[in-house]
Design a binder for this molecule. Sequence first.
Ligand code: NAI
Ligand code: MG
Length: 330
Amino acid sequence: MTYEVVVIEGDGIGQEVVPAAVAVLESLDIDFEFATADAGDATKEATGEALPAATYEAAANADATLFGAAGETAADVILPLREAVGSFVNIRPAKAYPGVDAVRPETDVVFLRENTEGVYAGHEDRLSEDLSTLTRVVTSSASRELAEYACEFVADGRGPDHRDGFTVAHKANVMRETDGRFRNEVLSVADEHGVDADEELMDAFATKLPLDPSQYGVVVCPNLAGDVLSDLAAGLVGGLGLLPSANIGHDNALFEPVHGTAPDIAGEGIANPTAAILSAAMLVEYLGHVEAGRRVRDAVESVLSDGPRTGDLGGSATTDEVTAAVVDRL
Ligand code: NAI
Ligand code: MG
């Protein structure tokens, strides 16, 4: 079986870390056919469009897509790309690794973020010079779909080992109708599946997570809350260069490092490829090659603990040196 993977480097260090991730994929015993596609600031300058229709179509029809980052045009690229793959859940693991300086070395959490609605559904209006409004969208169907995914995720043992079940973070005490619906649906799906689920008000969670991250494993969130809380967790584990993410759809998915184009270091060949390589590991797992995904992850962890490291982690290695070390240890 050959998998068709669309590769979109984008701008800045996307052009450095995505080739690193592709090099790791190529060293695995899996048949990939890579098709490159364009998006981002440079593409907009050249063609007038940040996300050409051909790239959207390619992502929509591929087995999976690997994306780097886009600069100013990030929102014009990522939101439509998530739509192209029909993504209903954004998976964002935040794990501290041995050998990496982390604010909270015991952090090992995976956020499952609703990826289609909430306040990001985009119904904003300017009603007068003084007044703007936003309509928040929450459906039972999207909430239940996310919860079904979360139940499968924990049943498959994909969450951190130290915690069973999942936590749902919400603010249903204030947003009784919207977050109330989200909370009730998620907890009722967990109950139907016999999955152990507890709940936290999202503001209290934002205090408790940095104080004691070991209490949490898989965390299920509405869209905006998941965006903010996963970035908070990112801050606990030692830097943006380490965090991968996946946008999962029904028969399609998009994988991307959490970081942006890093204009301050772009073009120097010193970006940390870890986030992009871990995104590639998630891609491999999504395609069903769970063992190969684990091997990539183990190789990355091994390099992080005693191999060459890039400047963001206090080392002086290049992107290529770190990538070669990962491939070497696979
Ligand atoms: P950023 O993630 O690009 O950079 C923040 C800081 O982290 C910088 O100091 C950078 O050098 C460092 N950093 C990030 N990734 C790194 C890596 N792999 N290795 C070493 N250091 C790394 O975020 P920033 O500066 O807020 O945004 C820069 C541009 O990226 C903006 O134009 C923004 O719109 C875009 N962006 C795009 C995203 C995407 O396409 N998914 C996400 C976030 C930002
Ligand atoms: Mg964010």
